[in-house]
Structure formats: structure tokens, C-alpha cells
Design a protein around this ligand. Structure first.
Ligand SMILES: C[S@@+](CC[C@H](N)C(=O)[O-])C[C@H]1O[C@@H](n2cnc3c(N)ncnc32)[C@H](O)[C@@H]1O
Length: 321
């Protein structure tokens, strides 16, 4: 989970009819972006899957249609597209509006920290804050708050990604900790199908192992230097209120029980037995901080911020668990 959902506008979705576009009316990438943004606002889409506003969403879809990396958009913003390319782009814009599916499902791709990942409806669209935190808080000179939580990434020998979904965080961890063996667990066979594809695409099968099962269940007594997890953490009210875009994703990826903490509690209760003495747990919990602090007043949880989040991820050292 991550990235705030932003509703785009006020008009009724029923009012959103997809207009015909005549030949030559839209020429450049920017023309198509403007058109897409107008349609997205008109249809009151929600942006919570890798982009947080209609302009970025439009630019992402257009780049994908043209086989460009999102970073290349500016270079070609004023370039014209061919008639065939224009049709493809308009088709994607129309599907985004009519299906309300996340853009990533329409193009089977999402970028995390600049890296492409395959994604389809068997798994949640990745958007965890943990990817950014691996870069900002694990290695290098540390971060705004001070030192690094693990100063030498090369010294990390083992990482566990619990609730791995598409495997994106496990792959990012494999890149960030070049000498680590990575285990990644999910209860969903479907999600693991997507994860296996990503592990294969990144050539990581020799040191990243996928396990199917319930949290620590498939791991025996194995201990890790680092556990990362972006578990389901949406509470009952949030589940009742999920935007249509999120209802296209597996419910299992969101549902955290009545107060959102069903899975998080189990992770916290069992993590110590699966960490090395100097290890630690990095866990995303969205807006559940108040409930979690009420449930575990004795735990010295360190709350971490990212560019788009405040105190939605905590760190706790094994010794404090
Ligand atoms: C919020 S998604 C996170 C996926 C991925 N880590 C990411 O950041 O995109 C949570 C994942 O937890 C999995 N899950 C739910 N309950 C689980 C359990 N008891 N044990 C293992 N995985 C579980 C779901 O199938 C889903 O893939």
C-alpha cells in the first residue's frame, strides 16, 4: 500500500462520455496529455497506483504506449505521434476511464524507484514507501534524521520480505543488499505467479526464493538480518470505502481486519524469533499508527517519513522486540 488516493474532480462519472477525436486534432504527446487529463478529471478517476495526479497518470500511459521510459517524456513532449500511435493512446485513455482499472493493469507495468515491474490483476499494484526507505535509511551517509539504520548494505547476508505480492520489494532489496540471500513469502498463489515472473526478469532466481504460506509459516526457524513487510493494513471502514480503482485489486492485499492490524500484530509478535540479534523489522502500516501505539505502548517504534508519507512505516530493532 502507499500513495494517497486523489479524486480528480466533481462532475458525475455518468457525465463522462468519451468524445470522438478527429484526424489531426491531437498531434503531440502534450496534446494527448491535455486530452487525457480532461477526460480523467471529467470521469473523477482516483490516482493511487504509482501516480498521484491526472497529469502524471496521462504521461505514464502515453509513454507506455510509445515504449518510452517515463523519464523520456520531457524530451519528446512536443514531438508528434503517428496515426497508429495516436489510436493506441486514445484506446488506453478510454479504457482507463471506462474500466476504472489502475493504469498499471492496462499496460502490465509499474515503475518502482525507476525500475520496471510486470504486474497484472493477480496482485496489488506495487506502491510501497519501503522502496524509498531502503535508499534513504539503509546505507550511505544516512538521512535527514541522522545515521543509517544499517550502515553497510554489503554486510547484510539475509533479508525476508513478508507479504511480497508482485515481489517488487524483494527485488529492490536484492539490488540494495548485493550480498544478501532473499526469502519472500506470500499466501496467494496468484501473487506468487507474478512475483516469479519479476524474479526471472531480473535474473535473481539464484538468490531470491519465493515461498507460499502464512507469514513466517514456510520458513522454519530461519533468522534474518532484516525483515521488510508491506502487509494488508486497511481497517473495516477503509475496506467499505475502497475506491473503484482499488476494488480491481485483490481484497486479500488490503484487508487487515477490524482495526487494520490483524496481520501486523502477528508479524510483531513473531518477528523477534526470526531476526538475528543485530537485525530489525521495517514495516508499513498506513495510517494505523494510533491503534498500533495503543496496542504496543511499550515498543520503541521509530516512525519514518518519505517524500509522500509521514509516519506510515516503522522500524524496530530485534533487541527492542
Ligand atoms: C499490501 S500487499 C503488498 C504486496 C507487495 N509487498 C507490495 O508492496 O506491493 C499485501 C500482500 O500480503 C499478502 N498476504 C495477505 N495475508 C497474508 C498472510 N497471512 N501471509 C502471507 N502473505 C499474506 C497478500 O496476498 C498481498 O500480496
Amino acid at each position: 500500500m502507499a500513495k494517497r488516493a486523489k479524486p480528480a474532480a466533481r462532475r458525475s462519472p455518468a457525465a463522462a462520455k468519451f468524445p470522438k477525436v478527429g484526424p489531426g486534432e491531437l498531434l503531440t504527446l502534450l496534446d494527448f496529455v491535455r486530452f487525457a487529463v480532461s477526460r480523467f478529471i471529467e470521469a473523477r478517476l482516483v490516482f493511487a497506483h504509482g501516480t498521484t495526479d491526472p497529469t502524471a497518470e496521462a504521461a505514464f500511459l502515453i509513454c507506455e504506449a510509445l515504449h518510452l521510459h517515463p523519464d523520456q517524456f520531457e524530451t519528446f513532449a512536443t514531438a508528434r505521434v503517428t496515426v497508429a500511435e495516436g489510436k493506441k493512446i486514445l484506446g488506453l485513455i478510454e479504457r482507463r476511464v471506462s474500466t476504472r482499472k489502475p493504469a498499471a493493469y492496462l499496460v502490465n507495468k509499474i515503475y518502482m524507484r525507476g525500475l520496471p515491474f510486470y504486474v497484472d490483476e493477480r496482485t496489488i499494484v506495487p506502491r510501497s514507501f519501503i522502496g524509498e526507505l531502503l535508499e534513504s535509511h539503509f546505507g550511505g551517509d544516512g538521512n535527514e534524521e541522522g545515521g543509517s539504520l544499517i550502515p553497510d548494505p554489503a554486510a547484510v547476508e539475509s533479508v525476508l520480505d513478508l507479504c511480497t505480492g508482485s515481489g517488487c520489494l524483494a527485488v529492490l532489496a536484492a539490488h540494495h543488499f548485493p550480498n544478501a540471500e532473499i526469502d519472500a513469502v506470500d499466501i496467494s498463489k496468484d501473487a506468487l505467479g507474478v512475483a516469479a515472473r519479476n524474479v526471472g526478469d531480473y535474473g535473481l532466481a539464484d538468490r531470491l526464493t519465493l515461498h507460499r504460506g502464512d507469514l513466517f509459516g514456510p520458513l522454519g526457524g530461519k533468522r534474518y538480518n532484516l525483515i521488510i513487510s508491506n502487509p494488508p493494513y486497511v481497517d473495516a471502514d477503509g475496506m467499505a470505502d475502497l475506491p473503484r480503482e482499488c476494488r480491481a485489486e485483490p481484497k486479500l492485499a488490503f484487508d487487515g481486519g477490524a482495526d487494520g492490524l490483524d496481520i501486523v500484530r502477528r508479524i510483531l509478535d513473531q518477528a523477534r524469533a526470526h531476526l538475528t540479534p543485530q537485525g530489525g523489522l521495517l514495516c508499513e502500516i498506513g495510517r494505523c499508527r494510533p491503534q498500533l501505539e495503543d496496542a504496543y505502548p511499550e515498543l520503541p517504534l521509530l516512525w519514518l517519513d518519505t517524500e509522500d508519507s509521514e509516519a506510515e512505516v516503522f522500524w524496530i530493532a530485534a533487541a527492542d522486540l
